[in-house]
Design a protein around this ligand. Structure first.
Ligand code: GLP
Length: 690
C-alpha cells in the first residue's frame, strides 16, 4: 500500500442494474455481481483494486437494499457498517453525497481524501491506475479540487462523457487543470473531441477531500445539501424509514449534472483531470464485453462450454450448467445463462430493453413444432422481430437475420436463423422425453407483456381496453365490460377518466360487477361496488351498471338471474382482472373447480390478510364473498390480467409457468382463447430480467 494514501477511503459504487447484459446480468444479480471475464465477479475485482490502494477498514461499498446479501456473499470479510445501503435508486448525486456524509461520520475524519469508483467497470492495468490515483490524491489534498481520473479515448464513443485537460498542474505528470466537461456527445462531436487530443473520457472515477466535496455539494445543490445534512444528524445508525423519507426528497440527478459539470472558472472549486492509460471500459452490453473475451481461430469471442462449427465473428457466452452448440452463424451474439438464451445480431445488444417489453410466448413444447418468426413493417419490409419465449422445450424456431430471440427456462431449443442454428441444452441432466404427447399451449393466445412500472402497465392496459370497447360498440351497439376492484386497476381507471373520457360513448357501455364482499352495502367505502361506482361508473357516465349487493348489503339478485342478465346482454366483451397473491381471480380461491358458477364463497385466510390493508383492522374484513365463477370468466371474449409489484411475482410465475391446476386458479386462463397478462417488472422477477 502506498503510504501517502493510507488514510484515504474508497467508495465502490455497486448499485447499478446492468439491464443490457441480460441474461448474464439479471435483476436478482446485476452485472457487478457477475464474473464476466475471469473467475471473480466485478465487485470482487473492484474490492481487490481498492484493497491495493487503501486499508480494508477504509473500503465502503454503496448498494441498494436488495443487493446487500450479494455483497456479503461475495466479500465475506467486509464489516456490516461498511456496506452503505441507499434506500432507493436516485442516481449518483444523492448516492455519493449520502455515502460521503456517512463515511465522514463513521471515520470521524472530514478532511481525508476519498476515492469513488464503480464496481461495474473493467480495468486492464491496475498498476497504471494506482499511479493515476496517487496523482489524483495529491491534487485532492492540494486545494479546493474536484478531481476526475479519466482515460485517453480510443474511439469516438458516444456513450461516455468527455473532459478537456487544460494547463498542466504540479500534482503529477498526468494531472491537468480541467477546462470543459461534455456529457455524451453525438458521433460528429465525439470524432472532433478525439481528434483534438486534449480530451479524456469521463470514467466517473473521482477523488476529493470529504470536506471539499461536501462544500461543493452545498455550493451547487444547496437544497439537496440541506437534506443530506439532515440525514447526517442521525448517522451512522439511522432508522430505515427516516432515511427512506429524507432520501426520497433528494433530487434524482447524476453527479456529473449536479456538481462536476457546474464547476466554472471563478468558482471556489476547481477541476483537476488526471489523464490515465489504464485500459478502462464501462461494460454496458455484449458488444463492449467482446473486447475483454478471448478470440478463437475464427474471430469469435468466446466464454464457456461452446462447440462452434462454421461460426464467424460471433460473441458466444455460455454459463454453467449449459452447453452451447452453434453452427453456420455469422455476426451474432448468442448467450445462454441461468436457463435463459439470447440470440441477437451483433451491434444490437443495446436493444434489450425493447426486447423485454415485447410479447412473451410461453409453454411451447414439442419435438415436431416449428415456429416461423417474421414481421413486416408498414412499407412491407421485413422488420426486426423480437421474440420472447418462456418455458420452451424441444422446439425449433426459424427466422432470418433480423430476428432477436430471447428465451427463458429453455431446454433443447433450436433456433435457426436464416437456415443456421443455435442449440442450447443442459450440459447435465435429463433432456425431456422425445415425442411424449406433443402439446402446444399458449401459442400466441395467452400472452404476457412486461412493462417498466405501474404507470406503464396501466397505460398499456387502458389503451388496449378502450380499443376493445370501441370495437365491441362498433360491432354490437354496446360493450359489456367487467372491471375488478382493488389497488391494481386504480391507475387504469384514472386514465379512463382523464385520457379516455371522450374517446368513446360510455353510455353504450354496460358494466357487470365480478365480485364483492358478502354483506357490504354499495355505500360501504370498502365494498368493491363503492370502488367501481366512484372510480368508473359515475365519472365516466357508464350507461348501465349491475352490482351484486344492493344498498342494504343484501344480494341484489338471485345469482342465476344475474348470470341470465349477462347472457341477455350478449355475454362479456372485455374483463380486466387483478390477481390475488394466492392466484385468485375474482374471489375464486385456490381449489375452486374450473367449471364453477357465480356463487357465494368463503374467502381464503390469505385473501382476508392481503385485503386487510383496505380496512381499519383485519377483523373488519368480511370472511365471505360473492363472485362470478370460472364458467363465466372463461367465456369472456377478451381477458386482461394486470399485476404490479413483487408481491404478485410468485402468483404470476405460477400462473404463467406452473401447471394448469385448480390450486392456482388463474392458470386456467392459459386455456382461454384470448388473454393478455400485463405486468410490470416488479411482478415478473422470474423472467430473470429487470
Ligand atoms: C381482491 C379481489 C380481486 C382483485 C384481487 C387483487 O381480493 N377480489 O378482484 O383483483 O384481490 O387485488 P389488488 O389489486 O388490490 O392487489
Amino acid at each position: 500500500m502506498n503510504k501517502s494514501i493510507s488514510n484515504v477511503s474508497v467508495l465502490i459504487t455497486a448499485g447499478g442494474k446492468g439491464t443490457r447484459l441480460w441474461p448474464v446480468s439479471t435483476m436478482a444479480r446485476p452485472k457487478q455481481f457477475c464474473a464476466l471475464t475471469g473467475d471473480k465477479t466485478m465487485l470482487q475485482e473492484a474490492y481487490e483494486r481498492a484493497a491495493s490502494l487503501v486499508a480494508a477498514g477504509n473500503i465502503y461499498i454503496g448498494v441498494s437494499a436488495n443487493q446487500k446479501v450479494l455483497v456479503r456473499e461475495q466479500i465475506p470479510s467486509i464489516k456490516d457498517d461498511h456496506i452503505i445501503v441507499e434506500p432507493e435508486g436516485r442516481d449518483t448525486a444523492p448516492a455519493i453525497a449520502f455515502a460521503t456524509a456517512y463515511i465522514k461520520t463513521l471515520s470521524g475524519d472530514g478532511k481525508q481524501a476519498m476515492i469513488v469508483f464503480a464496481a461495474d467497470q473493467m480495468f486492464r492495468d491496475d498498476e497504471i491506475f494506482r499511479d493515476a490515483i496517487d496523482q489524483a490524491i495529491s491534487a485532492a489534498n492540494g486545494g479546493q479540487h474536484l478531481v476526475s481520473v479519466g482515460v485517453v479515448p480510443t474511439e469516438p464513443n458516444t456513450q461516455y462523457g468527455y473532459m478537456r485537460c487544460g494547463e498542466k498542474s504540479s500534482f503529477g505528470k498526468d494531472a491537468f487543470f480541467g477546462e470543459e466537461y461534455i456529457e455524451k456527445p453525438n458521433l460528429e462531436t465525439a470524432k472532433r473531441l478525439v481528434a483534438d487530443g486534449s480530451f479524456i473520457w469521463n470514467t466517473n472515477i473521482f477523488v476529493w477531500r470529504i470536506d471539499v466535496f461536501l462544500d461543493a455539494f452545498r455550493y451547487y445543490r444547496p437544497n439537496d445539501y440541506a437534506g443530506v445534512e439532515k440525514i447526517s444528524t442521525f448517522l451512522p445508525a439511522i432508522d430505515e424509514a427516516v432515511l427512506a423519507e429524507l432520501y426520497s426528497q433528494l433530487t434524482k440527478l447524476s453527479i456529473d449534472y449536479a456538481v462536476m459539470e457546474k464547476v466554472t472558472l471563478g468558482d471556489p472549486f476547481r477541476h483537476v483531470f488526471v489523464k490515465g492509460h489504464f485500459g478502462w471500459a464501462d461494460i454496458g452490453n455484449f458488444d463492449a464485453l467482446a473486447d475483454y473475451l478471448p478470440s478463437d481461430s475464427s474471430g469469435n469471442k468466446v466464454r464457456g462450454a461452446i462447440e462452434a462449427s462454421n461460426v464467424r465473428s460471433c460473441i458466444l457466452v455460455c454459463e454453467n450448467p449449459y452447453a452451447l452448440e452453434v453452427a453456420d452463424l455469422t455476426d451474432k451474439i448468442v448467450v445462454a445463462s441461468g436457463g435463459n438464451v439470447l440470440v441477437v445480431p451483433r451491434g444490437e445488444a443495446a436493444s434489450i430493453k425493447q426486447i423485454l417489453a415485447s410479447p412473451l410466448n410461453t409453454n411451447l413444447t414439442g419435438e415436431s413444432e416449428r415456429f416461423e418468426l417474421s414481421e413486416f413493417d408498414e412499407q412491407g419490409n421485413r422488420a426486426t422481430t423480437f421474440v420472447r419465449l418462456m418455458n420452451v422445450k424441444n422446439c425449433d424456431f426459424s427466422g432470418d437475420a433480423k430476428n432477436i430471440i430471447c428465451a427463458g427456462n429453455v431446454s433443447n431449443l433450436k433456433v435457426r436463423v436464416a437456415g443456421k442454428h443455435v442449440s442450447v441444452q443442459p450440459r447435465t441432466g435429463a433432456v425431456p422425453a422425445k415425442g411424449a404427447g406433443v402439446t402446444r399451449m399458449g401459442s400466441g393466445t395467452f400472452r404476457v407483456l412486461v412493462r417498466e412500472d405501474y404507470e406503464d402497465m396501466s397505460e398499456t392496459a387502458a389503451h388496449a381496453v378502450v380499443e376493445d370497447i370501441k370495437a365491441a360498440i362498433a360491432k354490437r351497439g354496446e360493450a359489456v365490460i367487467v372491471l375488478s376492484a382493488g389497488g391494481t386497476p386504480e391507475g387504469l381507471c384514472k386514465l379512463l377518466r382523464t385520457r379516455y373520457k371522450d374517446a368513446l360513448d360510455w353510455k353504450k357501455v354496460v358494466l357487470f360487477q365480478m365480485d364483492d364482499y358478502k354483506g357490504l352495502p354499495t355505500s360501504h367505502p370498502q365494498s368493491l361496488s363503492f370502488f367501481l361506482i366512484n372510480m368508473a361508473v359515475k365519472p365516466l357516465g357508464i350507461g348501465q351498471a349491475y352490482f351484486l349487493n344492493n344498498e342494504k348489503g343484501e344480494l341484489a339478485y338471485d345469482l342465476k338471474a344475474y348470470d341470465r342478465l349477462v347472457e341477455d346482454h350478449g355475454g362479456i366483451d372485455v374483463i380486466v382482472h387483478g390477481i390475488g397473491e394466492n392466484g385468485h381471480l375474482g374471489f375464486n380461491e385456490p381449489g375452486t373447480p374450473f367449471d364453477s358458477a357465480t356463487r357465494i364463497v368463503d374467502l381464503a385466510e390469505s385473501t382476508v390478510k392481503a385485503n386487510s390493508r383496505f380496512f381499519a383492522k383485519v377483523e373488519d374484513v368480511p370472511t365471505q364473498g360473492v363472485t362470478m365463477g370460472f364458467k363465466r370468466l372463461r367465456a369472456v371474449r377478451k381477458t386482461y390480467i394486470l399485476a404490479s409489484g413483487p408481491k404478485k411475482a410468485d402468483a404470476i410465475q405460477r400462473m404463467v409457468l406452473g401447471p394448469v391446476d385448480e390450486s392456482m386458479p388463474a392458470s386456467i386462463m392459459r386455456r382461454h382463447p384470448d388473454t393478455v397478462v400485463i405486468v410490470d417488472r416488479g411482478a415478473c422477477g422470474w423472467i430473470g430480467a429487470v
